[in-house]
Design a protein around this ligand. Structure first.
Ligand SMILES: [Zn+2]
Length: 186
């Protein structure tokens, strides 16, 4: 089922997610619905906050994106990221390298805005699978960016928060238009 998206500047995007305590049918249904919603909007990631639920739960799928490749390493061994997609993030703990690089980013909750954001080049991730198993891996490329973007959502943070004041000023008009189009109506 496709769920309605929550748009900037809705306060639900600022809610820190509560940890997932149990992987049950309710969560499995939410996972299916979030996947449907992400695919419908052609996103590479969707966090629970974006459909109005304050949970530590997100989905990422970078399948088929070859112009911005991703790598994934498990226990020092390179694996094919596509074998792990869609990747559900359940209570993820993400540690990024100090080394950062700029990359173009957008967000389904801030439709139409794309801008460069500095992100860690590589991340170490500890999460859980939908089967309740611990999954630890390292990622680079688009996968690393998407994981950082989605994990930020789980803590109520948006990619525009990472812009410098000057960069923020550059996108102000676009943001104002988005608020006018998608924001609360009086
Ligand atoms: Zn987003």
């Amino acid at each position: 089922m496709i769920l309605p998206l929550v748009y900037y500047p809705d306060a639900r995007l600022r809610a820190k997610g509560a940890p997932i305590k149990v992987i049950d049918d309710t969560l499995r249904q939410l996972a299916d619905d979030m996947l449907d919603t992400m695919e419908k909007h052609e996103g590479v990631g969707l966090a629970a906050q974006q459909i109005g639920q304050a949970l530590q739960f997100a989905v990422v799928d970078v399948t088929g994106i070859d112009d911005r490749p991703s790598t994934m390493t498990i226990a020092g061994k390179a694996v094919n990221p596509e074998d792990y997609m869609p990747l559900f993030l359940i209570n993820p703990v993400v540690t990024g390298t100090k080394a950062k690089e700029p990359g173009s980013e957008g967000c389904l909750s801030i439709p139409g805005l794309r801008t460069d954001v500095n992100r860690s080049k590589r991340v170490e991730v500890k999460t859980m699978t939908m089967e309740g198993k611990v999954l630890e891996f390292e990622a680079t490329g688009l996968l690393a960016v998407a994981i950082q973007h989605e994990t930020d959502h789980l803590h109520g943070k948006l990619f525009i928060d990472l812009l410098s004041p000057a960069e923020r000023a550059d996108v102000k008009d676009e943001l104002d238009e988005i608020v006018e189009k998608y924001g609360p109506k009086e």
